[in-house]
Design a protein around this ligand. Structure first.
Ligand code: NAP
Length: 318
């Protein structure tokens, strides 16, 4: 009988615990999709003494997961640059496949990660790293034959929420505090409001469209912090709204990418979005304009993309 495909989790926070719960609750369906059994082997966390009530054995040592011979696929949902990059490389060295939702490590370490995966003849998959449940990584790959002219949209739910609260009269500081209280923004909100998070995501989509690494540091970023309620009201008077828009333009002379507060039509998909909804438009020559919209954050939405990647890997395993 074919051996089960073993999954090891690095991280059991918002996303990792949603993956563990989904694997516990819908094991049969996942295994049917994958064409073979999927088994959650164990999970690594920072603090193993926390009460979690999840159907998985927990360790405080990530190498317990990486060194476990029953683990075939390592799912990294710790986030950040380090130690994530070291754990990804260690996973490939041990012949594991890697699935991640970590946009920062994929955007910054694109070359090292792809090289390590190639060298190990294993897969690196990261659908969840851009727009969570919305399959824009798959879309960017599928557009390989077309020339992409622009990629544009909303890639960060926290800033969309802040913009929508400011439209309702809140100051930037109050809207940010509300976003933190609602669990949208990090305690250190810089990744969201200063544009790093959407810049990482945009650079991943550009790298896929161009087939080579686009350094996220080359994405120009204008902070949302400078936007005032007066500017919001002025835009509203003209049927417009301000949203934190990520744009990549692919020209003959090169690619330019930016993240900045911009005016959009109030009635547009971007203008109508008020929270974690992401919108991504690809304008291409062969395929016309493709628009994707859906939940770009949240544990379950992100777990959906991660498990989709795990299923793809399991289908390809002999
Ligand atoms: N949240 C979302 O909606 C969302 C959406 C798309 C993508 N993502 C991405 O998914 C990743 C995870 O996000 P999250 O919201 O789930 O983060 P989170 O809630 O902060 O969880 C992080 C987890 O990593 C564990 N951890 C931290 N350092 C570790 C270490 N050195 N070794 C082992 N485990 C360690 C933590 O352990 P403890 O539990 O012991 O603290 C925690 O379980 C990030 O890259 C994020 O950008 C998140």
């Amino acid at each position: 009988m074919t051996r089960a495909v073993g999954v090891g989790l690095l991280g059991l926070g918002t996303v990792g615990s949603a993956v563990a719960r989904a694997m516990g609750e819908r094991g049969e369906g996942l295994s049917a999709s994958a064409g073979r059994d999927l088994r959650l082997v164990r999970a690594a966390v920072r603090d193993a003494s926390k009460t979690r009530d999840l159907p998985v054995e927990v360790t405080a040592n990530a190498f317990d997961v990486l060194d476990d011979p029953d683990v075939d696929v390592v799912v990294e949902v710790i986030g950040g640059h380090r130690p994530a990059i070291d754990l990804h490389l260690a996973a490939f060295e041990r012949g594991k496949h890697v699935v991640t939702a970590n946009k920062e490590v994929v955007a910054k370490e694109w070359r090292a990660l792809h090289e390590a995966a190639r060298g190990a003849k294993r897969e690196l998959r990261f659908e969840a790293a851009v727009a969570a449940a919305v399959p824009v990584v798959a879309a960017a790959r599928a557009l390989g034959a077309a020339r992409v002219r622009t990629i544009r949209g909303l890639l960060n739910g926290t800033t969309t929420y802040i913009c929508s609260r400011m439209e309702a009269g809140a100051s930037f500081d109050d809207a940010l505090r509300e976003a933190q209280a609602a669990g949208y923004a990090e305690a250190d909100p810089s990744a969201d409001v200063d544009g790093w998070d959407p810049a990482y995501k945009l650079s991943i989509l550009i790298s896929l469209a161009e087939g080579r690494w686009h350094d996220p540091a080359a994405v120009s970023r204008t902070s949302l912090r400078g936007v005032t309620t007066a500017a919001m009201n002025d835009a509203a008077g003209r049927g417009m709204r301000i949203r934190y828009i990520a744009t990549a333009e692919f020209g003959q002379k090169g690619t330019t990418a930016r993240v900045a507060p911009e005016e959009v039509e109030a009635a547009s998909l971007e203008g109508q979005a008020t929270g974690p909804t992401n919108v991504v438009r690809f304008d291409t020559d062969l395929a016309g304009v493709l628009t994707f919209m859906g939940p770009g954050a949240g544990g379950d939405a992100t777990a959906s993309a991660i498990l989709g990647d795990v299923i793809q890997i399991a289908r390809g395993m002999r």
